[in-house]
Structure formats: C-alpha cells, structure tokens
Write a protein that binds this ligand. Structure first.
Ligand code: KG4
Ligand code: ZN
Length: 341
C-alpha cells in the first residue's frame, strides 16, 4: 500500500542488466532505468555462449550497470526498498556474480535482498507492461526456454507443457548456422523467409499427434539438414532461392506447431483473461500473427522486444511483486543453475 522502488539485477545468460522499477498502488508501474550490456560479440567466434567468457564479462560489467541505472534514475541505494537478483536458472558463473553483488550491496546498505527466478521474471512481464490481471497464459519462447505457463499469482505458476528437447530460438540459430546465415539466427531466418515458399519443403510438425502441450524442435532441425544435404548433393550448393525456401518452410513449421499447442493450452484455461508471449523468438512477426489468430477473443499481449528478451526490469518487477507479498531472502540465498518454477 505504499510506493515501492526496486533495483533488479540480471546475469543468468549473456546479458548483464540492472534496472529500477517503481510502483505506486493504483498506478501503472514505472521503469526508471533499464540498463543492459550484451555479449554477442564476445561469443560470436564460438557459435554459442561460452560459460567462462560469459561469467567474466558479467563480473566486469555488473557494478557498472548498477551504477548506470542508479545514475539514470537519479537515485542512491538509500532510495531503494529492496534489491532483486536473478538467483537461477541459468549459467552458474553469471548467476553467482549477480547474487554476490546483490548480497554485497544489501550488506553494505541494509537494503533487503530478494532472489528471483528468471522464468518468473519473464512470466510476470505482462503485469509490468500491461497491468495484466491473473490468471493468464504465458508462452515463453527464447533461445533457452520454451514452455506454456498458467500464471495465477506472483508465486503461482503451472507448467502446462514445454519442449522435450531444443528451444525454438536454438532451432532458429542452428538453422541459420546450417545455411551459412549470420547469428543470432532468428532475425536472419525471418529475413530470408520473406522471399521463400513455405510449401516447397514438407517439414514435419513434431508431436502434433501427441495429446497435450509438449513440443519438440530437434527433429525439425534434422529434417532441415537432410533437405540441405540433398540439395548440395544434387546441385553442388544452395541457391539464394533454396535458402529462402528452406527458411520459409522451417519458420512455417515452427509457427504451426506453436500455434496448435497454444490452441490446446488456451483450451485448458477457459478462465484466463490474456495470452502473452515473451522471449526473443516472440519477435518473429509471422509467429506473432499465428499466435494472435489462435488467441481469438482472448486479448493477446506481446510486450516490447526490450522487455521480451532478457532484461533486469522484469527481475525488479518480479522482485517487487514478491516483496509486496512479504517474501525476503537473506545471506543464505544461493545461486541455482536449475530451478523449475
Ligand atoms: O530471449 P532471448 O534474447 O535470450 C534467451 O534465449 O534467453 O532469445 C534469443 C533467441 C535467439 O535464439 C534468437 O535467434 C531468437 O531469440 N530470435 C528470433 C528472432 N529474434 C530473435 N527467433 C525468431 N525470429 C526472430 N525474429
Ligand atoms: Zn530469459
């Protein structure tokens, strides 16, 4: 029932972030600062995130990001009600760096500490951006995650299903790699697909025959590799049009599968008041359109991209919701590489 201002810290994958979020009861939440430093260039040569490099970069950047966020908001630690930090799941080195910094700041300033599940951060974002009421359905689709969550409260999540192998972003990235397109693969594949024929290659729609909301993307990747190899064997290489058609076919298969499983998840939650997406893959326009179609009468929410992908504002917000509900952590807070919701 009072104004709360939280500092959020995020370092679970390859983005180092610090943000300040303020909420006055009855008003829309305010993002006072949302600073982020990516590491794409550092990992570019390796074709994926290298944990040791990520951990070092987080350790170097974390305090700079916190300073930048406080400066941007014109606040000091004394103005903060609590420090929220991603305590997992994620790459242990990065999570540890964040948790240690948060503990240090909390100890030095006496500001309470609160550990946040990174997935809860994503899942609660529609409440930060659109004041979405409970219950709602969330589809999280990123390079590391893919799951349907029914959200009934800040600490009340039900997983309805998810990928049994790769995340869709990972599949986009591998597809780009197989076709010699630049990383991150999602935007490259989407761009190529614009000029492609999605019907030329009959890619599988994995798990559609299986009841429920589980998904699989590794078979799709294998099918794409076979189609590419067949073309290379036949023609000695790929034409621009082959690439475009492969991308369009792949993207259509991903969108079809996600749309059909969304339809099933929606059917399992007749009482929800919104269907939201988050994660980098939610940037994909044809996917968004497909999801919006299956949402039908249910309001469809796609937060702005900077809040869909990894960021610290969502951690500050999730921390704020937990803090308001009376949750606190102490110096025994530990970093958890695995932490299901
Ligand atoms: O949420 P995010 O920034 O990071 C985590 O994985 O946590 O998501 C990154 C993923 C990458 O795999 C990237 O290729 C994918 O999101 N992505 C896209 C698009 N933009 C980014 N996938 C499909 N279409 C896009 N336009
Ligand atoms: Zn994430």
């Amino acid at each position: 029932t009072r104004v709360l201002t939280l500092l959020g810290i995020e370092s679970s994958c390859d983005d180092t972030g610090a943000a300040l979020v303020r909420h006055a009861p009855g008003a829309a939440p305010q993002i006072l600062a949302n600073c982020i430093a990516g590491q794409t260039e550092l990992h570019a040569a390796y074709g994926g995130v290298v944990p040791e490099i990520a951990a070092r970069a987080h350790a170097e950047k974390l305090d700079l990001m916190v300073e930048a966020a406080l400066a941007e908001a014109g606040l000091g630690l004394a103005d903060i009600d609590a420090i929220a930090v991603t305590a997992g799941p994620g790459l242990i080195g990065g999570v540890l760096s964040g948790v240690m910094l948060a503990k240090g700041l909390s100890l030095a300033s006496g500001v309470p500490l609160i550990g946040v599940n990174h997935l809860a951060g994503h899942a609660l974002t529609p409440r930060l951006t659109d004041q979405q009421a409970f219950p709602y359905l969330m589809l999280l689709v990123s390079g590391g995650h893919c799951q349907f969550l029914r959200v009934d409260g800040p600490d009340d999540f039900t997983r309805l299903g998810g990928t049994i192998d790769d995340a869709p972003g990972e599949a986009f990235d591998k597809t780009a790699k197989l076709l010699g397109l630049p990383q991150p693969g999602g935007p490259s594949v989407e761009r190529e697909a614009l000029a492609g024929d999605p019907a030329r290659f009959a890619f599988p729609r994995p798990l559609l025959d299986r009841a429920g909301c589980d998904l699989s993307f590794s078979g799709l990747k294998t099918a794409l590799m076979r189609a590419r190899d067949a073309l290379v064997a036949e023609q000695g290489g790929l034409t621009q049009q082959d690439r475009a058609d492969l991308c369009a076919g792949f993207q259509a298969a991903v969108a079809d599968v996600l749309a059909e499983k969304s339809r099933r998840a929606l059917a399992q939650c007749p009482d929800i008041t919104g269907f939201a997406v988050a994660g980098g893959v939610a940037a994909n326009k044809s996917l968004r359109a497909a999801l919006e179609r299956v949402a039908g009468q249910v309001p469809f929410l796609a937060p702005p991209l900077a809040l869909c992908t990894d960021n610290a504002a969502m951690i500050a917000w999730a921390g704020l919701e937990r803090f308001r509900d009376g949750h606190r952590d102490d110096m025994s807070l530990s970093a958890r590489p695995r932490w299901p919701l």
